[in-house]
Design a binder for this molecule. Structure first.
Ligand SMILES: Cc1ncc(COP(=O)(O)O)c(C=O)c1O
Length: 432
């Protein structure tokens, strides 16, 4: 790994203030109201009278650098649909990281396939391609690299492995909007890319929402159909012309379900909010980067704090600002550090998620009741993953208790500066 000392881009106070000034209070601006009003004024019928989903999808695809986009109800079903559309099912394995929201691995279990955990790199905290390679078996069907905290995985080796073993790569970019990987927009590298608009994310559709982007027409058609009851009328394009004439669709002999699918669709009202939020996505991402830069100024040369390493050529979208705290060097515990930070005005800091393979539901494999009903014991599954154990992913198991996740979601520059000051005071207290 290139050990260059990366520093987040510094914004001048004037530039930073201007970004925050452009962002509406409480994350709701005039356009959110305008698009929502448009929907409400149009009233509701069987279909979207304002074409909000189509408009949002077209704009989203354009902004995220993809040919096609489809909206859906959250960032978990978006992964689920991508897996189903890739043909993932009983007997298959899917490689996922152990440092992620549970959704990444649960989507695999929802397909009745077996999640296989590949460890993370100790500095970038993203999936380690070398461990991915070690975890590939004859049963592997897909890989889900996660841009954790907004930082892309090292996609070149992951795509090379996928090519070698004919695997589908679904990028989980729930936390990454407009990230950069070696000059490329994150989300344009895998076969499909999944996004979440849940409230903690850069942009929200009012609580929950999700989307998938994809360049492959056939794959996107299958993804959309997996999200829409398998209707044969559904095509890859958001605004595809009806290919089945009305008199055929309305005929008693018309069959609607040649293929299987769920209903994962996004409500029109959510799409209206998504469209409005998308229009300010540059500023939403910039604001988080600015906040990360403020923290960075405080901790970049503190010897007992190691920031998530951002390799050269990468740009994180800074969903959170993440460090590892060396308790021995600090001479205090992670919990002491957190307590002091809160005492000095910090808004709290979060730990990393517990290593996912060691969460009780994975240890007990109680997904469908008893462990013997788990995908790992399906008669079609000929692989070796029959349990999830301590030692499966030693890197994350070792470093997870040291990870400190600072919020980058503050809505005013003033609040962001106050939080960076609280961190500076905490660091000074501990002699940093
Ligand atoms: C990395 C990651 N993947 C998937 C998800 C699932 O998204 P959602 O909550 O929209 O279902 C989330 C967020 O919650 C996430 O952070």
């Amino acid at each position: 790994m290139d050990a260059m000392d990366f520093r987040y881009k510094r914004y001048s106070d004037i530039e930073a203030q201007a970004v925050f000034d452009r962002l509406p209070a409480k994350r709701v601006g005039a356009t959110d109201y305008a698009y929502m009003k448009e929907v409400l004024d149009a009233g509701f019928g069987n279909s979207d009278r304002c074409d909000m989903n189509v408009r949002f999808e077209l704009a989203f695809a354009k902004k995220l650098g993809a040919k096609y986009a489809v909206t859906c109800s959250n960032g978990t079903v978006s992964l689920h649909a991508c897996l189903l559309a890739a043909g993932v099912g009983p007997g298959d394995e899917v490689i996922v990281p152990p440092l992620t929201a549970a959704a990444t691995a649960l989507a695999v279990v929802y397909c009745y396939a077996v999640p296989v955990f590949a460890d993370v790199h100790p500095l970038t905290l993203t999936m380690d391609p070398e461990d991915v390679r070690r975890k590939v078996t004859a049963h592997t069907k897909a890989i889900i690299p996660v841009s954790i905290y907004g930082l892309s995985c090292d996609m070149d080796p992951i795509m090379a492995i996928a090519k070698e073993f004919d695997l589908i790569v679904i990028e989980d970019n729930a936390q990454c909007y407009l990230g950069i990987y070696k000059g490329r927009l994150v989300g344009t590298i895998g076969h499909a890319s999944s996004y979440s608009f849940q409230g903690s994310k850069h942009m929200t559709t009012g609580g929950d929402g999700g989307a998938v982007t994809c360049d492959d027409k056939a794959y996107m058609t299958r993804i959309r159909r997996a999200m829409g009851f398998g209707y044969p009328t559904i095509q890859a394009e958001s605004n595809a012309p009806r290919t089945v004439p009305r008199e055929v669709r309305q005929d008693w002999e018309f069959r609607r379900h040649p293929t299987f699918g769920y209903n994962f669709r996004m409500p029109i009202t959510s799409a209206a909010l998504g469209l409005a939020q998308l229009e300010r996505l540059d500023d939403l991402v910039a604001a988080r980067r600015i906040i990360a830069g403020l923290y960075d100024e405080v901790v970049h040369d503190v010897p007992w704090i190691t920031r998530q390493f951002v390799p050269q050529g990468y740009e994180s979208s800074c969903w959170a600002y993440v460090c590892q705290i060396d308790e021995t060097m600090l001479g205090a515990t992670w919990r002491d550090f957190r307590r002091k930070f809160v005492e000095l005005g910090g808004d709290g800091l979060y730990s990393a998620w517990y290593p996912l393979h060691l969460e009780p539901t994975f240890r007990q494999m109680n997904f469908y009741g008893d462990a013997y009903r788990a995908p790992n014991f399906h008669p079609l599954y000929k692989g070796k993953v029959k349990s999830y154990q301590v030692g499966d992913c030693p890197v994350i198991e070792r470093i997870q208790p040291t990870i400190a996740q600072f919020k980058t979601s503050f809505q005013t520059y003033e609040k962001a500066k106050q939080q960076a000051q609280a961190l500076a005071d905490t660091v000074r207290y501990f002699g940093g």
